[in-house]
Design a protein around this ligand. Structure first.
Ligand code: NAD
Ligand code: IPM
Ligand code: MN
Length: 358
């Protein structure tokens, strides 16, 4: 077995509810396969602001640097969403940890389980067979460019900025991944309008000469948003900037049936960071009904990408699949058209996955 130190950062809202199950799955895998996983917890987001005044306390960042992988839930609280004037905000914690750990590549696989064909708002015949891997750039773009507000408070700006090396390193990862899949890469930008996108396109075009075995397509973000629901099967690997990738992948969650199904892996300079793509979901937080599968599938990504434990990772995915085959559903993926589904809460669903792991 292997020895690994895992930092768990549940965060806020449903982040706490679902991360419990990502962790339990890791614990079960450790037991079943005789690995030694040790766990620590860290705070971030609203809970950290309440406790320390800082959305990312140094202590959490230190623990993150010393760990082999991080399992994160979600951050965010209605208080800040409803008051844009607040200066200290939960999201700053997440952005800071991504930057500090050099997590520039955010992999968001869009994996549709056959059992969920009917759960999506998209027609099953359009969806069947869809399988997309998004590479969202995560430490640049308008997220990290200079922010300004005039003294009279009437004008504001956020700088959209990319450096060549930032585009190149994420594009390389996407090209490499395309090589192991269907060898198709779609680069999404807004090069007809934005200078940062024209740099993006130039850099990707230059790399095409090195990866001649990969078929490359360049698409504008507005068209990509449309094509994604018109014909998701046309996409294999998609690479795009931070903001476009944020928006496109929430849209793409409908291909997998729900936000509650989408896991992600953020990698780059050192440690890997694993999290659902969804947020703290104020509308359902505290009700015990959030879907824990995105957190569980994030744990599966950790086993594979950070620890190289492919069998263990596959075992988790199979357990999720088996749970869905048995008809167990959380509310977000319950199929309105058939009766033979048992709709349950977060803990019951998580427990079913654990049963299927043993
Ligand atoms: P959200 O992702 O929290 O929720 C969007 C919708 O999806 C809601 O209707 C929610 O109920 C549903 N949903 C999300 N996850 C689900 C799950 N596991 N099971 C069932 N349904 C699920 O996005 P939002 O409402 O725009 O944002 C809420 C807060 O979360 C904000 O403060 C935002 O800043 C924050 N946020 C954080 C992250 C993160 O931590 N990575 C990501 C997105 C949003
Ligand atoms: C995500 C979230 C974050 C982002 C927010 C909460 C900063 O939406 O992880 O997708 O925009 O990156
Ligand atoms: Mn997002």
């Amino acid at each position: 077995g292997v020895d690994k130190k895992i930092l768990v950062i549940p965060g806020d809202g449903i982040g706490q509810e679902v991360t419990t199950w990502g962790r339990k799955v890791l614990e079960t895998i450790a037991t079943n396969y005789k690995h030694n996983f040790t766990f620590e917890e860290g705070i971030m987001g609203h809970v950290a602001i309440e406790a320390t005044g800082n959305p990312l306390p140094d202590e959490t960042l230190d623990k993150a640097r010393k760990s082999d992988a991080i399992l994160f839930g979600a951050i965010g609280h209605a208080k800040y969403d409803n008051d844009p004037t607040l200066k200290v905000r939960p999201e700053q914690g997440l952005l800071k940890i991504r930057k500090e750990l050099g997590l520039y590549a955010n992999l968001r696989p869009i994996k549709l389980f056959d059992e969920l064909l009917e759960a999506s708002s998209i027609k099953p015949e359009i969806l069947r067979g869809a399988d997309i891997l998004f590479f969202r750039e995560l430490t640049g773009d308008v997220y990290f460019g200079e922010k300004k507000r005039t003294e009279d408070r009437n004008t504001a700006s956020d700088l959209m900025i990319y450096h060549k090396y930032e585009v190149e390193r994420i594009a390389r990862k996407a090209f490499e991944a395309a090589r192991t899949r269907r060898k198709k890469l779609c680069s999404v930008d807004k090069a007809n309008v934005l200078e940062a996108s024209r740099l993006w396109r130039e850099v990707v075009q230059a790399l095409e000469k090195e990866y001649t075995d990969v078929e490359v397509e360049h698409m504008f973000i507005d068209n990509a948003a449309m094509q994604l629901v018109k014909d998701p099967k046309r996409f294999d690997v998609v690479v795009t900037g931070n903001l476009f990738g944020d928006i496109l992948t929430d849209e793409a969650s409908q291909i997998a049936g729900s936000m509650g199904m989408l896991a992600s892996a953020s990698v780059g300079d050192s440690v890997g960071f694993y999290e659902p793509i969804h947020g703290s979901a104020h509308d359902i937080a505290g009700k015990g009904i959030a879907n824990p599968l995105a957190s569980i599938l994030s744990a599966a990504l950790m086993l594979d990408i950070s620890f190289g434990l492919k069998n263990e990772s596959l075992r988790v995915i199979k357990a999720v699949e088996a749970t869905l085959k048995q008809g167990f559903r959380t509310m977000d993926i319950a199929n309105k058209h058939t009766e033979n589904h048992l709709v349950m809460g977060t803990d019951a669903m998580g427990a079913k996955v654990l049963e299927n792991l043993s």
